[in-house]
Ligand binder design. Structure first.
Ligand code: WQD
Length: 340
């Protein structure tokens, strides 16, 4: 069976994608430096799938290690998840973000080229649209005007990949623009486990629900949206992971192309919608306070994912209730795990 090299394999999106690819029968070679993940995730992936990953610990900037991985394994396709992803952090640490999110991709691409592996799925983000020119957002919408180094790093890599493909159209490249991945594997064994206080909405709500945090600050209720709070396209992490299986199938089948897809549900939910849904499905309370807007936030962002449906034969099927239920299930299991 084909071998897939996954960078950041122990991260939130990486680990869920490993599960779906292993379940689909692929072999996985994984790399992670545990800068925002934990080694125990490898055991959890094995517990869910019954299968092992051939794992290397290390950094994408380590050219020798990367080359060793490609020499020791016949890799058919690469999925690059390894990146820092905190919008807020990126504003205060631009150099670290550009080194980790851009330079490391250049090291990866050079190693792939030298080892004649030219099939890549790159994890990009809806932030490349900046303040979207329209919603729902289609892939041909203007990109740029990013408001933070995280989003700009993704924009830069997309430009590098466009130039690479123009220089050598033997490459098969799939750029996935993620909207807001949330939730966890229904087993509750893997999920979103950010270091420290979560920056993103769903993990923060989950920690308020488990009483690890006192209340949620709702960043602004004066946006041009139905209830004044920010609207986003939340997509279940398992739906997102399954899109990567479809992406691998396409690149292994196709020859030569650069493809860009929005991965979202096409539905926008506000912060208050999320709180209400979370409370209802989990029969918990999520105390909150309306506070000032967060710098860099936009009012509305949700996808038109019809291109992915058409060309990948993929669409998100899990509901907002599934997202809230699985996020809470994981958060509660994490509390038990931390106590043991
Ligand atoms: C969602 C909504 C906030 C926290 C970012 C990245 C994106 C992706 C997901 C990586 C907004 C509001 C949030 C809180 C709040 N990351 N909010 N209180 O900013 O849409 O997207 O994370 O791939 O690329 O840009 O996600 O979850 O931070 O915010 O009111 O404590 O929740 O204002 O409206 P965001 P988010």
């Amino acid at each position: 069976m084909e071998k897939i090299f996954i960078t950041g394999c122990c991260g939130y999106i990486g680990s869920h994608t490993c599960v779906e690819l292993l379940n689909a029968g692929y072999e996985i070679i994984g790399l992670d430096n545990f800068s925002n993940s934990k080694p125990i995730v490898l055991d959890k992936i094995k517990e869910i799938t019954g299968k092992d990953i051939k794992f290397y610990e290390g950094d994408m900037l380590d050219k020798e290690l990367l080359n060793k991985i490609f020499i020791e394994n016949e890799i058919d396709c690469v999925i690059d998840f390894a990146a820092f992803k905190s919008v807020g952090d990126s504003v205060s640490k631009p150099i670290e973000y550009y080194i980790n999110n851009v330079s490391s991709v250049l090291t990866l691409l050079e190693t792939m080229k030298n080892n004649k592996v030219k099939k890549l799925i790159f994890s990009s983000s809806a932030t490349v649209y900046g303040t979207p020119e329209k919603v729902p957002i289609t892939e041909d919408c203007r990109i740029g005007g990013t408001t933070n180094p995280y989003g700009t790093s993704k924009l830069y890599v997309e430009g590098i990949l466009q130039d690479l493909y123009k220089s050598d159209n033997e490459w098969d490249i799939c750029i996935f623009r993620y909207f807001n991945p949330v939730g966890a594997h229904p087993s509750g064994l893997i999920g979103e486990d950010p270091n420290g206080v979560p920056a993103n909405l769903m993990p923060y709500i989950a920690k308020v629900a488990t009483k690890e945090l006192e209340y949620l600050s709702v960043f602004g209720a004066d946006y041009d949206t139905p209830d004044g709070t920010g609207v986003r396209d939340y997509i279940h992490i398992v739906d997102l992971a399954k899109a990567h299986v479809k992406g691998v199938e396409k690149l292994l089948k196709e020859s030569n192309g650069l493809f860009i897809y929005n991965l979202g549900t096409g539905k926008g939910y506000s912060v208050l919608d999320m709180i209400n849904a979370f409370e209802k499905v989990n029969s918990v309370k999520v105390p909150y306070k309306i506070t000032a807007r967060r710098a860099g936030d936009i009012a509305k962002c949700y996808a038109d994912s019809s291109l992915a449906s058409k060309e990948l034969n993929w669409c998100a099927t899990l509901t907002l209730e599934d997202m809230c239920k699985d996020a809470y299930n994981y958060a509660r299991k994490e509390i038990v795990n931390e106590k043991n």
